[in-house]
Design a protein around this ligand. Structure first.
Ligand code: TRP
Length: 332
């Protein structure tokens, strides 16, 4: 669809509460992708309503998510940034793909099993067919690669199966996408339980540093980070807390682990934790300033959304038209 450029597609839930794990492991690297790929980043508000949402909050988070991605360095002139519900082809293709997705396949999805046990009072059909909508997102743009976290790998694999099944009946319809799983070496762990991944939904607020936390909060959280009973800043097996802090410090400063160990030779954990907090707060300060600027100008954000939706629609329309024709829908 884009001559020699490959396509990358990723969806992001409208949640403003992104963590430094999301930032260091994914978002910060997004701008690099646009050198190699034609990139689409979609704020997936239609996926969000598979669990109950407060309308005012969903709306606010949709703006915030877009603003935060732009503040983190995603250039809307180089990437297509848009909101899922603004491009009606997503929902339309999702219906079609529902008819090519098997009950058994959807029943095996771990996320469905998790979410239906968490929201036992609302196990709706949308929660069940969530992966068909996600497949529609991806396949509409003839996507080659899908950068996602490991938790979404199963959904991307199902998307491949759906695409292959469709192509077998209607040859040459969809590009079959590959997942790109972010490197686990960059995995940022919880500050309270450093054997667990840092998660934006952790109930312990001290375990998680959010991109939008203020400086004092960031420094306080790092001060409280769980370490070990040694006093030496070195990366070693069994020192999960310190290993995590070294990783974070390294990600923000670009220094190697050896350089960091040398820098903090003879210093206690207190000094090191403060230093990690400071580099983190320093790095996030410009992101936060930019975020608040962007968010204060709703009109420009909306113009951005409109432009993104127009770009996306152009490609989405082409794929949906092709699919409808292959299926035998009458074209007027
Ligand atoms: N399900 C993804 C998540 O929860 C979000 C998502 C929706 C997505 N559509 C997508 C990710 C398409 C990649 C491609 O994180």
């Amino acid at each position: 669809m884009f001559q020699d450029q490959k396509v990358s597609f990723s969806g992001v839930q409208p949640s403003g509460n992104l963590t430094i794990g999301n930032y260091l492991g994914a978002i910060r690297n997004f701008s690099k992708y646009s050198e190699e790929y034609k990139c689409f980043y979609c704020v997936v508000d239609e996926h969000a309503i598979t669990v109950r949402q407060n309308p005012a909050e969903l709306r606010r988070r949709t703006y915030e998510t877009l603003a935060l991605y732009m503040a983190c360095g995603l250039d809307p002139d180089q990437n297509t940034l848009y909101v899922q519900s603004h491009v009606h082809e997503h929902a339309e293709l999702a219906w079609i793909l529902n008819c090519f997705t098997m009950f058994g396949e959807l029943s095996r999805m771990t996320q469905f099993k998790d979410k239906s046990s968490k929201h036992a009072d609302n196990i709706n059909a949308g929660l069940f067919t969530y992966p068909a909508l996600m497949a529609a997102d991806i396949l509409l743009y003839q996507t080659d690669v899908v950068p996602v976290g490991i938790d979404q790998k199963q959904h991307v694999e199902l998307c491949r199966d759906i695409a292959e099944r469709f192509n077998q009946i209607y040859p040459g319809t969809f590009t079959v996408p590959e997942p790109i799983i972010s490197r686990s070496g960059m995995k940022i762990m919880s500050l309270a339980e450093p054997t667990k991944k840092m998660s934006k939904s952790d109930e312990n607020v001290n375990a998680v540093v959010y991109i939008l936390d203020d400086r004092d909060t960031i420094i306080r959280k790092f001060k409280r980070a769980v370490t070990d009973s040694e006093t030496c800043v070195r990366f070693a097996e069994g020192k999960d807390g310190i290993n995590n802090l070294i990783t974070i410090y390294s990600c923000f400063t670009g220094k190697t682990f050896e350089e960091i160990e040398k820098e903090f030779e003879g210093h206690g954990y207190g000094d090191f934790k403060l230093a990690v907090g400071e580099v983190c707060a320093d790095a996030l300060a410009p992101v936060q300033t930019r975020f608040h600027e962007l968010l204060s100008d709703k009109a420009s954000l909306e113009a951005q959304m409109r432009k993104g939706a127009e770009e996306a629609s152009y490609y989405a329309r082409r794929t949906l038209g092709k699919v409808q024709k292959k299926l035998g829908f009458v074209k007027l």
